[in-house]
Write a protein that binds this ligand. Structure first.
Ligand code: BGP
Length: 485
């Protein structure tokens, strides 16, 4: 016996990459509705209108002019608008998840579907949509695991308030949380506040127009306070709620045993552990406060913020794990990794995916050990997977052995962490269990699913679903609680 009896096997998705129906049922616009598709070599672009009415675009890394508003250009293709259309396929999709034996399903609620402007106006049709989805999941005994906010913000809040740079956004977010906590308190037990909180930096993700460190860290402080308030409120509404945080975890190894490289790796790892420290321990770590001092970053806090952070610590750590990286003190070795924009180097011991993500199953065990040794609270792997190009054969079948191989090795590493290291791991939800739009590139070509969806990078296709070889393999993994790999 390795995994606990009630281990949460499932899959993970996000509204903006999967749901579609971007204006259906009273949904308001979200920032991600104004980001185009891209590719490996061509970045996704944010389209916006300046104060003078000029239509322009920038990459996500660039800042938007102050006062610019998001703009949907009728001549461009925006992948979030239809995505892979969960909105119209949820019954069919959930039946497929049930066939695989899912114990849980991770999804996000679109804030702009519940509160079209992000303010205190509620869209009843949006609430009813998620009621129908949760009821459908519960019909099959599948536990919903809900990300409250995954990579976007209602466009009105970005346009009018400068998103998370404005303290008022905290209050609006808590209003949204209260609405969904009360509505779904008997249907949803597992929640997590912000997806990959350590990656949040751009207008599309947090609605800020200037993304220099001063603005970014002020916005992040507001996210921390909002997350802590949500945890406190959620526990008042239903003490059984399990409310976690979510971080993108990419452990970095020193490139060599040169202490300079070791220090570089330590700093890289701190960059993400900072986010866990605040949400699990309830305080800012000393090294970050010193860095703020050196960088002259001044965080505006309200009087009781420190107390809120201390009180609103999370019940579990949710994290995504796709790859590891390596750090070097020598700037000549440096490239940039993932969406993380942190200096890293290629690890000569590891193979990379077509998108340059280093495949490292042992790195997952290392991550589980590091996180559990350091924080001693339950862990939940809420994303993991292999983005690859799938080929549909003449007879319609898809032999994704590369994906099976990736999962086999990663689940074996999880098993070691549980049986040999005593890590308290509560669940595993592979990313994009059904094909969906890539967050990084906006492509459909980069697929993760056990279920194939017929759609290309330009929005052409029947949206028909079909089972890949990995579908049957994962079904058996779940049926044997991870014994058969
Ligand atoms: C994480 C995000 C997901 C997801 C995944 C894969 O960063 O939480 O939204 O998309 O990475 O990334 P990509 O889609 O770029 O391959």
């Amino acid at each position: 016996m390795s995994f606990r009896k009630d281990f949460l096997w499932g899959g993970a998705t996000a509204a903006n990459q999967y749901e579609g129906g971007y204006l259906s049922g009273g949904k308001g616009l979200a920032t991600l509705d104004a980001i185009t598709g891209g590719s490996k070599d061509q970045p996704r672009m944010i389209t916006f209108k300046t104060k003078d009415g000029e239509i322009k675009e920038v990459t996500r890394e660039e800042a938007l002019p102050v006062g610019a508003v998001g703009y949907v250009d009728p001549d461009k293709y925006y992948p979030s608008h239809v995505a892979t259309d969960f909105y119209h396929h949820y019954e069919e999709d959930i039946a497929l998840f049930a066939e695989m034996g899912f114990k849980c399903f991770r999804m996000s609620i679109s804030w702009a579907r519940i509160c079209p402007k992000g303010t205190d106006e509620i869209n009843e049709a949006g609430l009813a949509f998620y009621d129908a989805v949760f009821d459908e999941l519960l019909k099959y005994g599948i536990e919903p695991v809900v990300t409250i906010n995954h990579f976007d913000i209602p466009m009105y809040l970005a346009d009018e308030l400068d998103g998370w740079n404005n303290r008022k956004t905290v209050d609006y977010f808590i209003f949204f949380c209260e609405t969904i906590f009360k509505r779904y308190k008997d249907k949803v037990k597992y929640w997590m506040t912000f997806n990959e909180i350590n990656f949040l930096r751009s207008w599309t993700q947090i609605g800020i127009h200037q993304n220099d460190n001063q603005h970014r860290y002020q916005a992040i402080h507001h996210l921390f306070v909002a997350s802590a308030k949500a945890v406190i409120l959620g526990h008042e509404i239903n003490p059984d709620f399990q409310i976690g945080m979510m971080v993108a975890y990419i452990p970095s190894y020193p490139m060599t045993s040169n202490p300079e490289d070791v220090m570089a790796a330590l700093e890289f790892n701190r960059g993400q552990e900072f986010f866990i420290d605040v949400q699990v321990k309830g305080t800012y770590p000393a090294h970050k406060l010193k860095w703020f001092e050196r960088e002259k970053i001044v965080i505006q806090k309200e009087a009781d913020d420190d107390e809120i952070l201390k009180k609103g610590t999370v019940d579990y750590i949710g994290f995504s794990y796709y790859m590891s990286t390596a750090s070097s003190a020598n700037p000549e070795n440096v490239k940039y990794v993932g969406g993380n924009q942190q200096p890293a180097v290629k690890n000569p011991y590891l193979e990379e995916s077509e998108w340059g993500w280093a495949v490292d199953p042992l790195g997952l065990r290392i991550s589980l050990c590091k996180l559990y040794d350091r924080y001693q609270i339950p862990l939940f792997i809420v994303e993991n997977g292999f983005g690859a190009v799938d080929v549909v054969k003449e007879d319609g079948s898809i032999d994704d052995d590369y994906r099976i191989d990736y999962f086999k090795k990663h689940i074996a590493a999880m098993k070691d962490a549980v049986t040999l290291d005593g890590v308290d791991l509560i669940g595993y939800t592979p990313w994009g269990c059904i094909d969906l739009v890539s967050a990084g590139t906006g492509e459909m070509k980069k697929r993760y699913g056990f279920i194939y969806v017929d759609l290309d990078d330009h929005g052409n296709g029947t949206l028909e679903r079909s089972r890949k070889k990995s579908f049957y393999w994962y079904k058996d993994v779940i049926a044997t609680n991870g014994e058969n790999l």
